[in-house]
Design a protein around this ligand. Sequence first.
Ligand SMILES: NC(=O)c1ccc[n+]([C@@H]2O[C@H](COP(=O)([O-])OP(=O)(O)OC[C@H]3O[C@@H](n4cnc5c(N)ncnc54)[C@H](OP(=O)(O)O)[C@@H]3O)[C@@H](O)[C@H]2O)c1
Length: 159
Amino acid sequence: MAIIGIVALDRQGAIGKEGKLPWHFKADLRFFREQTTGHACVMGYRTWLSLREVPLPKRLNLVLSRRAHITRLPPVIFLTQELTAIELNDYLQCDLFVIGGASIYEAFREHIECWIVTEIPLTIEDADTFMPADFLEGFTRTATRNLGDDLTVNFYERG
Ligand SMILES: NC(=O)c1ccc[n+]([C@@H]2O[C@H](COP(=O)([O-])OP(=O)(O)OC[C@H]3O[C@@H](n4cnc5c(N)ncnc54)[C@H](OP(=O)(O)O)[C@@H]3O)[C@@H](O)[C@H]2O)c1
């Protein structure tokens, strides 16, 4: 099914600071949950740590790490390369959400068909993780949604 990138970013394209999300907006967390529930989510190992290694409920959690891991929790699958997730996607009856962080967005860049981008109305001091400035190159905005709390979500598709 579709491979969809989902990200929240500040006015300068920042997405993270010290291994965490540098903001807390309930409306965006709710939106993220609504969009991704019932689907598969692929994330990098540092993002997995930011979730305190607790799987996102009601979603297939795919965690990328180049180190070999033993899967301890049935709802989590550790993968060592992004191609495995893309191959697995052919067998999924749901969408595959690419949920970050920066290195995972980069690894899946060529495979992402749609982007869902929440604009966070902040400029984070000393942010250390950013989206590349041109990540939406080749995409066209197809819809916009207001989440409240001054948050806007833009939907993009290739083309
Ligand atoms: N604003 C948002 O929407 C959003 C979303 C998600 C995350 N974030 C933030 O982004 C930051 C984390 O991003 P990050 O880029 O530092 O880390 P990350 O992408 O979450 O994880 C990086 C790790 O993933 C593994 N990895 C990366 N590419 C891989 C590949 N091609 N194949 C196999 N494994 C791969 C490696 O793990 P090993 O070292 O174990 O090999 C790498 O060290 C945090 O601050 C987080 O809160 C923000």
